[in-house]
Design a protein around this ligand. Structure first.
Ligand code: 5AD
Ligand code: SF4
Length: 467
């Protein structure tokens, strides 16, 4: 048994990173059996689930829509806020109940929440029906652990040291049109509210040539869009010391010629002019940037350890808007950081009024065990935080709508990805600026970039007509 350890997870000593070429021989020993996979959290987890799916499919399992029909259930968990954790433990109640009826059901938990010592203790003490717990650093062990489940009791295998980068990882991708590519793992920023540096470990970049090989391979398979993934893509290459930074990588990727290239997430702190120039230079790098601001107050930003001031953020924001025509910018905002005053909150409203973001993900601060902010004094009531969130959302949504309304009667290129969630008669896709567009049309539009005239604008989507 290996349990997670926050002290090891926090360690940023410069030890060499081991690049490991994954070459697993997985036998399809569970042919005919069914898996049910549920993913919580961010794009990183969604992409990890594609790796999990590869392992499950290689073992011979096929997917089912209903938990009740599964032989194995895998929950890929998230630790970013308390409500994610509550949802996961709520769902575990259903799994536990099912296991009473189907004692051979295998229950497996993986992902960020499993890197938290307190959660793993809770599982060991109170959730003995869970068969497998593995962490973010040893996902590749999943096939072996599943096979071993038949011989062993509860298996807890979570590693906290993050000195490895796996290359040649295989995925069972969700889409044949748009693909995720990890470029850098982990985060060294230690924003005081954030659990990610503990759950995902130190920053470690994949090798440039391996990333380019993956991009070329996806292009050859006919993919039209890729998204380069990292907790902070700007930090790409810093740990490699090879003189290759994110701007260089982005340019090399652009030259391969995939029609649409995206990247998430960018920290405002080391977003370089060189990056802006590369984005502006290449038509196939999409004019869309997710640039989390978190707060409008310098005092709060300092206590969040964000390493920029509002003046610096504004500067960057304006340069991006100036240099990248038609760019859309979205953000993340936290309200109710410990002892956030009315004035601090007003400054957040002010910066939203200034930037008029295309969209914003807004959250109430959620203390995470092990982070610095969880220990900070906080006199602000939860009711007050809810009020602030509500007020902020009204303003954020007003600007989303106003920005969307600028698209009315315009012609845009939309990459159609599939049927619309809300209306079966419609297909949906995204503009280069990441606006969701619904159009009336048949399935043969899927996987095409088409011209659409925008006929209606709402806060979260556009309607259009195929031209
Ligand atoms: N509480 C609330 N929001 C958080 N985020 C990260 N950690 C927390 C937390 N403890 C938000 C940040 C980040 C986004 C992914 O989640 O806004 O950018
Ligand atoms: Fe968390 Fe900050 Fe790293 Fe983003 S940059 S993952 S908010 S610590």
């Amino acid at each position: 048994m290996n349990k997670p350890d926050l002290c090891i997870a926090k360690d940023r000593k410069k030890v060499d990173i081991n690049y490991i070429n994954l070459d697993l021989d997985i036998k399809p020993v569970f042919k005919g059996k069914k898996y049910f996979l549920r993913t919580y959290g961010c794009q990183m987890n969604v992409h990890d689930s594609e790796e999990i799916k590869y392992y499950l499919e290689s073992l011979g399992y096929s997917s089912v829509e209903n938990l009740e029909n599964a032989d194995i259930v895998v929950l890929n968990t998230c630790a970013i806020r308390e409500n994610a954790k509550e949802k996961i433990f709520g769902y575990l109640g259903r799994c536990k109940h099912l296991k009473k009826i189907k004692p051979n059901l295998i229950i497996c938990l993986c992902g960020c929440l499993m890197q938290q010592p307190s959660e793993v203790e809770e599982i060991i003490n109170n959730h003995q029906y869970i068969d497998i717990v593995i962490g973010t650093h040893n996902l590749f062990e999943l096939p072996k652990r599943i096979v071993d489940t038949y011989h062993q009791k509860q298996q807890i295998e979570v590693f906290s040291n993050s000195d490895k980068v796996f290359e040649n990882v295989k995925y069972y991708r969700n889409s044949k049109i748009s693909a995720w590519i990890n470029i850098i793992y982990g985060c060294d920023k230690f924003c005081t509210y954030c659990i990610v540096p503990f759950t995902r470990g130190r920053e470690r970049s994949r090798k440039l040539e391996e990333i380019l090989k993956e991009v070329q391979d996806l292009k050859d398979q006919g993919y039209l869009e890729i998204t380069l993934l990292g907790q902070n893509v700007n930090a790409y290459g810093n740990d490699l010391n090879l003189g290759c930074d994110f701007a260089t990588l982005l340019e090399e990727v652009a030259k391969i010629g995939i029609p649409r290239i995206r990247f998430v997430t960018s920290h405002p702190w080391n977003f370089t002019d060189k990056m802006i120039d590369v984005i502006a230079k290449y038509d196939n790098i999409m004019p869309y940037i997710h640039l989390p601001i978190q707060s409008g107050s310098d005092e709060i930003l300092k206590r969040m350890n964000r390493k920029y001031t509002i003046a610096e953020y504004k500067n960057l924001f304006n340069t991006i808007k100036e240099k990248i025509p038609n760019v859309s910018i979205t953000t993340d905002i936290i309200v109710g950081f410990p002892n956030e005053t009315d004035e601090d909150f007003q400054k957040t409203i002010d910066i939203v009024n200034y930037c008029k973001f295309d969209g914003a993900f807004t959250f109430i601060f959620s203390p995470r065990v092990g982070t610095a902010a969880a220990l900070m004094e906080d006199k602000i009531s939860h009711d007050e935080k809810e009020l602030r969130l509500h007020k902020l959302n009204q303003i954020v949504n007003k600007y989303s709508l106003e920005n969307n309304q600028k698209y009315l009667n315009k012609l845009v290129d939309v990459l159609i990805i599939g049927p619309s969630d809300k209306d079966n008669e419609k297909m949906c896709g995204y503009t280069d600026t990441m606006k969701l567009v619904n159009v009336i049309g048949a399935k043969d539009l899927i996987g095409k970039i088409i011209k659409v005239k925008i006929t209606d604008a709402k806060s979260f989507s556009l309607d259009g007509k195929v031209i």
